[in-house]
Design a binder for this molecule. Structure first.
Ligand SMILES: C[S@@+](CC[C@H](N)C(=O)[O-])C[C@H]1O[C@@H](n2cnc3c(N)ncnc32)[C@H](O)[C@@H]1O
Length: 366
């Protein structure tokens, strides 16, 4: 039967196992945090396959649609999980946790990651905030059965948890649009790591060093975390948003896949915060695809049709906004700036809010 040692070895082989976290990863059995029935399947009769899933370096979705019943064939939005262990280790590497640090975690989920923190730092140094009562109850049981008792708190993690502040480190395991002011107040001289972004592009970590209550951040990584429940991006199937309407047609010479590459998508997402996209490949061997854009409010959509070998692509835009026009103009602006990579951008967070800049803090973009 697959065991925790298998997962430890897997992470070691990937080069993901940080020496300072090795003891915690080896000691905390992930199986204690994963139910036999989760989105991966019902494993009550199949402990062997359950163990294979548990001890894989993969995220395990434990809740969809905030735990509400899903209609048959309805869209399932993942809303809680045990995160991918190597991604958690990547975040912990960014966080640079020292012995004796006090850590606030946002998004308790199954409690698995909180258990790592407790094992290394001691229960008294760990606070974990979860917004979903049922998720928190299950996590608290998991933690207790595994022998850990952090402060597990029900609440909106954007407010942190002031009673246990100050913290040396804050780690957030759901995607944030802003680094909240409360986190700066509760971690006034420390480090914060969170998945960060907007509806258009949420695939980045931001690592913020806070000094005297002001944060300076850099972007990295390729995370795919669930959204902060209070400020989700739009999501769903194309058929949930498109009902045969006809939009305004046109042509573009920008191959659509270029705008959704990491660096331009990050730049576009800084400005276009309330629209998302979906790349849909044709289900024949034609190599054709449609890039769909949807406004979060569901009122506007746009498509760009890709076909190999073409120099122009058909565009259609529907609703009050010209979503492709918005994307296109931001893509051209990114080109005009010299196509900067994500690592050239930074974030300042202070009492006035957050600002994204390019190359140096005075060159504010947004
Ligand atoms: C990816 S899961 C957490 C994984 C967890 N760290 C683990 O190892 O099992 C993200 C969690 O964040 C929670 N969440 C979403 N928005 C939140 C918020 N505003 N405050 C606190 N928790 C939130 C979700 O309910 C979900 O359980």
């Amino acid at each position: 039967m697959t065991t925790q040692q298998h997962l430890v070895q897997l992470l070691e082989d990937k080069g993901a196992l940080l020496p300072e976290w090795r003891g915690a990863v080896a000691a905390v059995d992930r199986a204690r945090f994963i139910p036999e029935v989760f989105e991966g399947g019902n494993f009550t009769e199949d402990p062997g396959h359950w163990a294979e899933a548990v001890y894989a370096d993969a995220p395990l979705v434990t809740q969809v649609n905030d735990g509400k019943p899903v209609k048959e064939d309805g869209f399932k939005l993942s809303t809680s999980s045990s995160s991918m262990p190597s991604i958690m280790l990547e975040m912990l590497g960014l966080l640079q946790v020292g012995e004796g640090h006090r850590v606030l975690e946002i998004g308790t989920g199954t409690g698995y990651h909180a258990a790592w923190l407790c094992h290394r730092l001691g229960d008294a140094n760990v606070t974990s905030v979860e917004i979903d009562p049922a998720v928190l109850t299950a996590a608290s049981t998991n933690l207790q059965e595994a022998g850990y008792r952090p402060a597990a708190v029900l609440g909106d993690g954007r407010h942190g948890h002031a009673p246990n502040a100050p913290y040396d480190r804050i780690i957030c395991t759901c995607t944030m649009r802003h680094v909240p002011q409360a986190w700066l107040e509760q971690c006034p001289d420390g480090r914060i790591v969170t998945p960060w972004g907007s509806s258009f592009f949420g695939g980045s970590f931001v690592t913020v060093d806070v000094t005297a209550g002001t944060g300076r951040g850099s972007f990295s990584g390729d995370p795919a975390f669930m959204w902060d429940r209070t400020q989700r991006a739009g999501a769903g199937r194309v058929s949930d948003y498109f009902h045969g309407e006809e939009g305004v047609k046109g042509l573009t010479d920008i191959a659509p896949q270029h705008v959704i590459q990491d660096d331009p998508a990050f730049f576009i997402g800084i400005h276009l915060t309330d629209a998302w996209y979906r790349w849909c490949e044709a289900d024949d061997d034609s190599g054709e695809a449609t890039l769909w854009f949807f406004a979060d409010d569901g009122k506007s959509w746009a498509t760009v049709e890709y076909a190999p070998g073409q120099e122009e692509y058909e565009v259609e835009q529907y609703g009050p906004r010209g979503l492709w026009d918005e994307v296109r103009s931001l893509f051209l602006r990114w080109h005009a700036l010299g196509r900067p990579e994500r690592s050239h951008f930074g974030l300042t967070v202070d009492q006035c809010g957050q600002q994204v800049w390019l190359d140096e803090p005075l060159n504010v973009l947004y």
